[in-house]
Design a binder for this molecule. Structure first.
Ligand SMILES: Cc1cc2nc3c(=O)[nH]c(=O)nc-3n(C[C@H](O)[C@H](O)[C@H](O)COP(=O)(O)OP(=O)(O)OC[C@H]3O[C@@H](n4cnc5c(N)ncnc54)[C@H](O)[C@@H]3O)c2cc1C
Length: 185
């Protein structure tokens, strides 16, 4: 990686959040697929939306490919930088900004762990239908990107809403029971 671009990235996210040691790059060379391996040119760890915007603008100007990374739990090599990309590690962006019980809406940063979001939603009597087995270790950015699902999602038949809205557990159970009733009829 060109030294000037390295310095510009350091100015955006700070020196601790641009990783370039062989050990760090090695750690980002795989995901849960364990079938693919490639060393990134750098790893950048933004902490805010504005930083992501600046990184992407710089990469775009300099024609440097970027691969976003959540927790790396996918099984298909989705975050393996096979073209020597910059890896954009989004796990520092892990704030739940707002949960609205009234309109079943939640605003959160992409690096929030699915399980943490579920815990917070539970306090409002809500849940979010995607329910991957990796809930405790995957991010909501990764869940949305891969359209991950699980037992709750299949049971609740709320696919489209699962892309953005939280769901009232009571309503969901009612819908599920209605659907089961219809199946029996
Ligand atoms: C033990 C285990 C159980 C699992 N169970 C299930 C299951 O039940 N159902 C299921 O569907 N999957 C399951 N998975 C697969 C995986 O956990 C899910 O696909 C998960 O949603 C990926 O999230 P992640 O944060 O690890 O994403 P990553 O693996 O980091 O990324 C996955 C893809 O999303 C992209 N991406 C990540 N974050 C962003 C972002 N913020 N913006 C844009 N693109 C982004 C990446 O570039 C990559 O292409 C399981 C995995 C494990 C290890």
């Amino acid at each position: 990686m060109n030294k000037e671009i390295f310095q510009r990235l350091v100015r955006i996210v700070g020196p601790r959040n641009v990783l370039s040691s062989p050990e760090d790059l090695h750690a980002y060379s795989v995901d849960a697929s364990l079938q693919y391996r490639a060393i990134p040119s750098l790893v950048v760890r933004p902490g805010a939306t504005e930083e992501v915007q600046e990184i992407i603008a710089l990469a775009n100007r300099e024609k440097i490919p970027v691969v976003p990374r959540g927790a790396g739990t996918n099984f298909v090599g989705g975050v393996v930088p096979v073209r020597g990309e910059i890896v954009l590690d989004l796990t520092r962006m892990n704030k739940i900004l707002e949960i609205s019980r009234t309109d079943l809406r939640c605003d959160a940063e992409p690096g929030v762990f699915h399980g943490d979001l579920e815990t917070e939603l539970g306090k409002f009597g809500l849940f979010w239908p995607p329910d991957p087995g990796s809930s405790e270790s995957c991010t909501i950015g990764g869940v949305l990107s891969t359209n991950a699902g699980g037992q709750v999602r299949h049971r609740s038949r709320l696919g489209p809403r699962s892309q953005g809205g939280a769901t009232n557990r009571r309503d969901d159970q009612d819908r599920c029971e209605d659907a089961q009733e219809q199946c029996r009829l």
